[in-house]
Design a protein around this ligand. Structure first.
Ligand code: GLU
Length: 295
């Protein structure tokens, strides 16, 4: 069973230029392009270079080169997140106006210390689906004047979503359509599992969740085809869409390509890198075969 046809289908492949692409990216990009072709839809490439500390022009150039070598083409111009900070800021401002955002001053080690102290008493500090500790709740109620004073004094801070308050604004079940299993399923989103997520970072503008939701909406993306490692992130993205009045795309989370050790590939994994395989003499057709595409 396939998902019902949608008007103006539009797909995107959205890599972050913080490493070389590997077989997992090739699978994502090829699946997006094939599905777009099969339904006469558009295929866009988006460069998720929101993190200036990790993104480089060299990795961005390598993305274009590797995808072209694979035989893919995409619409121009390519959207680069670093050029659209204003749109993420606008979305943030809307959430702020709804009273859902607060400045968060605790460092990673502060969070860890709180969690450890709690667990030393026999409790279990909540962790998000990626295993990261939830942010402590006490700053939700911080006096705005005190927060403003600290910010003025230069205190490093991020901006976080007050999850409890955000959920109280949602009056219909929060679901998404998922086709990753081969069937069309309606999945219940569970954003609370992530705690008070970051919306705006101190060391980079915007956050992954906010910018992805804004970009998918602004680019008219109707189908999100990406790796299963982002399955649970969809819960937060569905919540942000609901708060911002954005119609959700259909999601297809595909299998991950695993390394020889059975673990998810990382960008530092040379052996499965597209350019490494190419240097070893493999052809684009070889890669398609390795990934299970019929020629
Ligand atoms: N930029 C993300 C990554 O490279 C993918 C984001 C998405 O597909 O939603 O992992």
């Amino acid at each position: 069973m396939t998902a019902p046809p949608r008007q103006n289908p539009c797909f995107r492949f959205a890599p972050s230029p913080n490493g070389f692409l590997h077989l997992g990216h090739a699978l994502s990009a090829l699946l997006n392009a094939e599905r777009a072709k099969a339904c006469g839809g558009r295929f866009l490439l988006r460069i998720e270079d929101i993190d200036p500390g990790r993104s480089t022009p060299e990795f961005e150039a390598a993305i274009y080169e590797d995808l072209a070598w694979l035989g893919l083409s995409w619409e121009m111009p390519v959207r680069r997140q670093s050029e659209h900070i204003d749109s993420y800021r606008d979305a943030l401002a809307r959430l702020q106006a709804m009273g859902l955002v607060y400045p968060a001053f605790l460092s990673r080690s502060d969070i860890k210390a709180e969690a450890q102290a709690f667990e030393a008493q026999g409790g279990r500090w909540p962790r998000d689906p990626d295993g990261a500790l939830h942010y402590p709740l006490q700053e939700r109620g911080l006096d705005p004047a005190e927060a403003a004073r600290r910010i003025k004094a230069g205190a490093r801070h991020a901006l976080r979503l007050n999850m409890a308050r955000a959920l109280s604004r949602i009056d219909a079940p929060l679901l998404w359509t998922e086709t990753g299993s081969g069937n069309v399923e309606r999945i219940a989103a569970d954003p609370a599992a992530w705690g008070d997520v970051i919306l705006w970072r101190w060391d980079a503008p915007s956050s992954y969740h906010l910018s992805v939701v804004v970009d998918d909406a602004l680019q008219g993306i109707t189908e999100v085809v990406r790796g299963r490692d982002l399955y649970h992130a969809t819960s937060v993205q569905r919540l942000l869409q609901a708060l911002l009045g954005i119609a959700p795309p259909v999601y297809h989370h595909h299998r991950l390509v695993l390394g020889a050790d059975g673990r998810k590939l990382s960008k530092s994994e040379g052996s499965a890198g597209i350019r490494q395989l190419r240097a070893e003499g493999r052809s684009p057709a070889d890669l398609r075969r390795i990934l299970g595409f019929v020629a």
